[in-house]
Design a protein around this ligand. Structure first.
Ligand code: DX5
Ligand code: ZN
Length: 224
């Protein structure tokens, strides 16, 4: 079984004190910062882009897991990489050339994530599996934080895990949307190993909430 990674999504953070909030999740044991870039086209919502990523990059050494919810992601890849991304995930539905996006991310020396909306068959990712590091199985409709986990996702995560394991490839399976203290066991049992949570971390004490998830996943670093 692959290692677990916990990725608090700053979409639900208090942007007035973003650096501080990210530091709290690090203290709580998170390894990643999940950064949701939305363009108001691929999804109705609009969030942040390169300047914000650059600004928080200077504040933390956590892994930047950038989730692009933008149409034609190819155009943004170089700039997102330069801003400080470590993993760049784009949606298969947002481009007519996923292969070119993968190549562009590799060219920047970054890890590749491929995201699927809840309605996109898992099989759509199969042709790209050998060239990606992570498959993001969306567990809500992308666009907003605080939504309810879509139950039909469980079967999809299981299918993704089975395909990855049967292929013998080392591809992480990330889940994003509606992950809480109540749903985490469902997604890990199904085979997810990169866990995103926004509102379940940032509603309340971000450090304490992160620590709960980190302990639950068994990734809490030893004291000392
Ligand atoms: C939704 C974003 C998520 C969002 C998850 O489109 O991709 O990363 O922050 O939020 P929660 O964990 O509150 O569902
Ligand atoms: Zn996301």
């Amino acid at each position: 079984m692959s290692q677990y990674y916990f990725a608090p999504s700053i979409l639900s953070a208090d942007f007035n004190r973003l650096g501080e909030q990210i530091a709290q999740t690090k203290e709580g044991g998170a390894q990643y910062v999940h950064i949701d870039v939305m363009d108001g086209v691929f999804v109705p919502n609009l969030t942040f882009g390169m300047p914000v990523i650059k600004s928080i990059r200077s504040e933390t050494d956590l892994v930047f897991d950038v989730h692009l919810m933008v149409q034609t992601p190819r155009k943004l890849i170089e700039r997102i990489a330069l801003a400080g991304a470590d993993i760049i995930t784009f949606h298969i539905e947002a481009t007519d050339d996923p292969g070119a996006c993968i190549a562009a991310i590799h060219e920047q020396g970054k890890k590749v994530g491929l995201a699927l909306k809840p309605s996109t068959p898992i099989e759509a990712a199969v042709p790209y599996l050998q060239r990606i590091d992570m498959l993001l199985v969306m567990t809500v409709e992308p666009g907003y934080g605080g939504q309810k986990y879509i139950d039909a996702s469980t079967q999809r995560i299981r299918q993704a895990r089975r395909i990855v394991d049967e292929s013998g490839l080392d591809v992480d399976i990330e889940v994003d949307g509606g992950i809480t203290r109540d749903t985490i066991d469902i997604v890990t049992d199904a085979g997810a190993n990169v866990i995103v949570a926004g509102s379940a971390v940032y509603r309340g004490d971000a450090c304490e909430n992160t620590r709960w998830f980190a302990e639950h996943l068994g990734i809490l670093p030893e004291e000392g």
